[in-house]
Ligand binder design. Structure first.
Ligand SMILES: [Zn+2]
Length: 72
């Protein structure tokens, strides 16, 4: 198991390699703790985006994660 739990937001923010992104998505499917963290992170992202446009938030992985988190 990679140490996604500790470096979750680093992986999200840096996107990493395709392999790492895939691993992260797999990890999210099995790790309640990281799902909770992503929930919090996305909530704060949404709050921020209400006030100003974030240019440097990576698009694709964030979107994948949002889709995953909110498809429930
Ligand atoms: Zn985790």
């Amino acid at each position: 198991m990679e140490n996604y739990c500790e470096n979750l937001l680093d992986y999200v923010n840096n996107q990493g390699t395709a392999n790492e992104a895939n691993g992260l998505m797999e990890h999210l499917h099995v790790c309640q703790r990281c799902q909770g963290n992503i929930d919090l992170y996305c909530e704060s992202l949404e709050l921020m985006q209400r006030d100003f446009t974030i240019q440097d938030v990576p698009g694709s992985l964030i979107k994948e994660i949002l889709d995953f988190v909110f498809e429930k």
